[in-house]
Design a protein around this ligand. Sequence first.
Ligand SMILES: Cc1cc2nc3c(=O)[nH]c(=O)nc-3n(C[C@H](O)[C@H](O)[C@H](O)COP(=O)(O)OP(=O)(O)OC[C@H]3O[C@@H](n4cnc5c(N)ncnc54)[C@H](O)[C@@H]3O)c2cc1C
Length: 389
Amino acid sequence: MDFRLTKEHEAWVDEVRAFLDEEFDADAREAVRRGGGEWGGDVIRAFRGRLVEKGWLSLTWPEEHGGQGRSMVEQVLLMDELAYVGAPSIDMTSASVAPAIIRSARPEQRDRWLPPIRDGSVEFAIGYSEPDSGSDLASLRTSAVLDGDEWVIDGEKIWNTGAEYCTHEWLACRTEPDAPRHQAMSVLIVPIDAPGITVQGITTWRGMRTNQVWFDGVRVPAENLIGERGHGWRYVTQALAFERVAIGITGGLRRLVDDLTAYCRATEVDGEVLADRPEVERALAGLEVDLELARLLNHRAAWMIDAGRVPNAEASMTKVFTTELHARASTVALDVLGPHGQLDPYDDRSPLAGLAQLMYRAAPYLRFGGGTNEIQRDIVAQRGHGLPR
Ligand SMILES: Cc1cc2nc3c(=O)[nH]c(=O)nc-3n(C[C@H](O)[C@H](O)[C@H](O)COP(=O)(O)OP(=O)(O)OC[C@H]3O[C@@H](n4cnc5c(N)ncnc54)[C@H](O)[C@@H]3O)c2cc1C
C-alpha cells in the first residue's frame, strides 16, 4: 500500500501553485477576504474566467466532451490548493452537476449543456431541498406536469445557494405522482429568469447568502428533463456523491493548521512562546493527525471515482470527517487565540486574517450542506456496512 502522491501528481500541484502565484495575488486575496466569500463578486468572477481559460472547470471530463480527461484525484488536489490560498473553487456546477450530466443525460443534452458549463456561461443553483423535505428528499412536493411539449412547474425550494446569480436551476421535482416515492422524481433544467420564479435571500450565520425560491406555473421545454422520467433519484444521489467529495476537500483546514502553528511559534504570552506550552503542542499535534486522516479519506473517494465507481459510503465518510474537523479545528484555534480570535475578520488586527472565526461560523452549515452528517452516518452504516435500515 502506498499512500504517497505520484511524481505526476506532485508536478500537477507545482503547476497549480505556479498558476496561483501568478493569478491570485495579494490584492485578489484581500478582495475575496473583504468580500466575505460572496460567490458572485467581481474578483471571484474574474478569477473564475482564468480557470475557464485553463480548462480547469472541465478538468476531469472525457476529451470527447471537451474536457482534459484528468483524474478526480488531480481535481481534488487542485481544489485543495485553491482552498489553501482562499481562492474561489470549482463550484458545484462543475464538481457535481456536470459529472451527473456526463453519466446520465441523453447525448443531445450533453451537447446542449456541457459546452456552456465548460466556458462558465451556465451556472446551476441546486434545487433539492424544500421547507418540508430536506433529509427525506423523496417526500418533495414541487411538481412538474407535462402540458403539450412543455413542463409546468409549481412549488417551493429552500437553501437554494447561488440562485441570486446562477443562470439555471438543477431542479428535483415530482413528475410521477402515482409512482413509489423513489420512482416519482425527475431532474429538470430551468432557466432562473423564466417567468414565474421568485428568489428571496436568506443570510447564514457565516454571512454567506442562500435563498428561498418559488415556482409559479413556470414553463420549460419537454427536452429540459434530464435522462429519463422518474429516474431523478438516481441522478440526484449520483450528483450528491460528487458534491460530498468536493465538500470533503481539506485545503482550507491545512491553511488553518499551518497558520495557527506559525502563530503559536511566533507569539509570546506572559513571557512564554505559545508553541512551548504542552497543551498547545498537544492540540496542534491532534489536529495534524486528524488532518492527515481527512486528506486520506478524501483522496480515497476521489480515487474510487477514477476507478470507475461512484463512492457512496466513502463520499459520506469524507464529508462527515472533514466538516466535523472544521468545527474541532476552529474551536481549538479560537481557544489558542483567546479574545483576539473573535475580532471582526475584516479588522486588520484579527489574527490569522480572521480565518479561525470564519471557519467556526461556517462549520454548522457544512454539517448540513450536501445532506446532514446524521444522514451520512446512516449511509455509512447501511450502504457501507450493510446494517439494517
Ligand atoms: C447554508 C446552507 C446551504 C445549503 N445549500 C443547499 C443547496 O444549494 N441546495 C439544496 O437543495 N439544499 C441546500 N441545503 C440544504 C441541506 O442539504 C439541508 O439543510 C439538509 O439536507 C437537511 O434538510 P433540512 O434542513 O430540511 O433538515 P431536516 O431534514 O428537517 O433535519 C433536521 C435534523 O434532523 C435530523 N434528521 C432528519 N432525519 C433523520 C434521520 N432519519 N435520522 C437521523 N437524523 C435525522 C437531521 O440530521 C437534522 O439534524 C443547504 C443548507 C444550508 C444550511
